[in-house]
Design a protein around this ligand. Structure first.
Ligand code: TNX
Length: 518
């Protein structure tokens, strides 16, 4: 647009409406406590700096992460420097002292006045979570990858916040369809925005093996060479996996790697004939049936294979958990399943890790393993396998398939997804309490929640976005927010307020008719 302005001409490249201010009442997940200061606004200006707790490299890293996000859309320099002693400097401060005692290890306190934004926490993890809240308090355009005009306002007030559950998770099935490292990294960025702190990677299944294991190289090179529908598949080198792990760690996301066994193993069985009871390797598989494959539970060789795989995986995984699957082992008798699992769990602990697995691991014939976590994916609100595991000391991650499965269709018209657990609209994804969902499982036994995205029909990153948004934020809120804040009518408004943010970020989300998208 060319505008005549006095003697000269001014080139205006884009119509740039002022960025709309955000509200403290629109935060998602809902915080423990929000106290707005009506009439007070902080405005981020070109000369602002980011000041981080002096002497803390971790706080400096969170500051650098925040500054990098803010620089893209504001165009400001936003230098990161150690916080001066005394009163917080004008600008944004990330401090490791003075937070309300309620914030614990993951929580934070955020204070916004006319001259300062101060995030206080006991850990850098808490600062990181406070930074996610600050992002949501800035206008949606703050997420733009290119410079925008602002103004960059933050509503005044105080947020004091901490999570209800320690574990908020998402799962990506990279086995049915392979998803490259760049896609996984972007998913990590997006889940972190909603304070999700675990990414479970389903690294092996009948259709593909997606991680290099040096002792068994054909797992990746042959077992990873296809996928559902017969495409080229793919796998992560160890360097790529470790790069994903490091990228996640910088965002306070723990990678939970899964090698599913004894079922869901056709890709491994096809790669090595000796893993089969009859010594004959089956062909690679590109369909979507489940329950037909099994490692040979009676062969000694199977256990040196599993031990080798798990120790290589443990060596490149800093997080505490190795997920050993254990679901849908329909080709294995219950006795053999228990015998197998009772030998595999000690291989996990022997590698220095804690067992995680689907809730079938709770069978009474499968022993407890110290600290183990079972992941519930059933369709009912009482489950004897889970109660058996819990009675012996296990904790539970809740992923009920008819609530938390991001691969279920929203409705009959949804082009992607499956429907064996029903259709899951946003209200259904949101409308349950992880702390009281399973009878006989007290909230104290619930470690958290996880939203799995199985990928039989999920081929591209666009597909991931469409199925995860807006349901992933619903599950994230169930994991983070106090149950007292649970309210569908309030939630749908807050969810709708995220729409412009996703549009700016280029996230192609499902515009649920249940949500008033703003
Ligand atoms: C069941 S849930 C499975 C997966 C499928 C998924 C599809 C679970 C532990 N196993 O093998 O991909 O359903 O929704």
């Amino acid at each position: 647009v060319l505008l005549a302005a006095g003697a000269g001409l001014v080139l205006v490249t884009e119509a740039s409406p002022a960025a709309a201010a955000s509200s403290m009442n629109d935060l998602l997940p809902a915080p423990v406590s929000v106290t707005p200061t009506p009439g007070t606004v902080y405005t981020l200006r070109p000369g602002a700096g980011v000041f981080t707790e002096a002497g803390s490299a971790a706080a400096a890293n969170v500051g650098a992460y925040l500054a990098a996000i803010l620089r893209r859309s504001t165009g400001y320099a936003l230098p990161v420097a150690p916080a001066p002693a005394g009163a917080p400097a004008s600008g944004i401060s990330l401090l490791l002292a003075g937070a309300d005692s309620s914030v614990g290890t993951q929580g934070y306190q955020l204070d916004v006045t006319a001259g300062t934004v101060v995030i206080r926490a006991r850990t850098a993890n808490g600062l990181f979570n406070g930074v996610q809240t600050l992002r949501q308090l800035l206008p949606a355009e703050i997420e733009s990858a290119t410079v925008r005009p602002g103004p960059w306002t933050v509503p005044g007030g105080r947020v004091v916040d901490h999570p209800r559950f320690a574990y908020r998770g998402a799962m990506l099935d990279v086995a049915r369809h392979f998803h490259p490292p760049a896609t996984v990294k972007r998913y990590i960025d997006r889940i972190a925005l909603y304070k999700v702190n675990h990414l479970h990677l389903h690294l092996s299944d009948d259709q593909g093996w997606r991680i290099v294991i040096d002792g068994w190289p054909r797992l990746a090179t042959y077992g990873g060479s296809t996928q559902v529908g017969g495409g080229a598949g793919g796998y992560y080198t160890k360097a790529q996996y470790q790069d994903i792990v490091a990228y996640a760690a910088q965002r306070y996301v723990t990678i939970v790697p899964e090698i599913d066994m004894p079922g869901h193993t056709n890709a491994a069985l096809a790669s090595y004939a000796e893993l089969n009871c009859d010594g004959v390797a089956p062909p690679l598989y590109t369909g979507t049936d489940v329950g037909f494959s099994s490692l040979c539970t009676t062969k000694e060789n199977t256990y040196s294979f599993v031990g080798g795989v798990l120790s290589e995986l443990a060596a490149m995984t800093p997080g505490p958990y190795l997920h050993i699957g254990g679901d849908e082992a329909a080709a294995t008798s219950p006795t053999q399943y228990a015998a197998f699992t009772n030998r595999v769990q000690p291989l996990v602990t022997g590698a220095g890790k804690t067992v995680m697995g689907w809730h079938q691991l709770g069978a009474s014939a499968v022993q407890h393993s110290p600290g183990r976590v079972v992941q519930y994916w059933g369709l009912t609100t009482s489950d004897s396998l889970v109660t058996s595991a819990v009675s012996r000391g296990a904790r539970v991650v809740m992923s009920p398939a008819d609530r938390a499965y991001l691969d279920m269709k929203y409705n009959a018209q949804t082009p992607l997804g499956l429907d064996w657990a029903g259709h899951i609209e946003v209200r259904k994804a949101y409308g349950w309490d992880p702390g009281s969902y399973l009878s006989g499982v007290p909230a104290s036994a619930v470690l958290g929640v996880e939203a799995p995205l199985w990928s039989e029909t999920i081929v591209t990153e666009d597909h991931i976005e469409y199925m995860a948004f807006p349901r992933l934020p619903a599950i994230a809120e169930l994991g983070w927010s106090p149950w007292a804040t649970h309210d569908w009518n309030a939630f749908r408004l807050r969810l709708g307020a995220q729409g412009p943010r996703w549009t700016v970020m280029g996230i192609g989300f499902y515009r649920s008719p249940q949500v008033p998208w703003s």
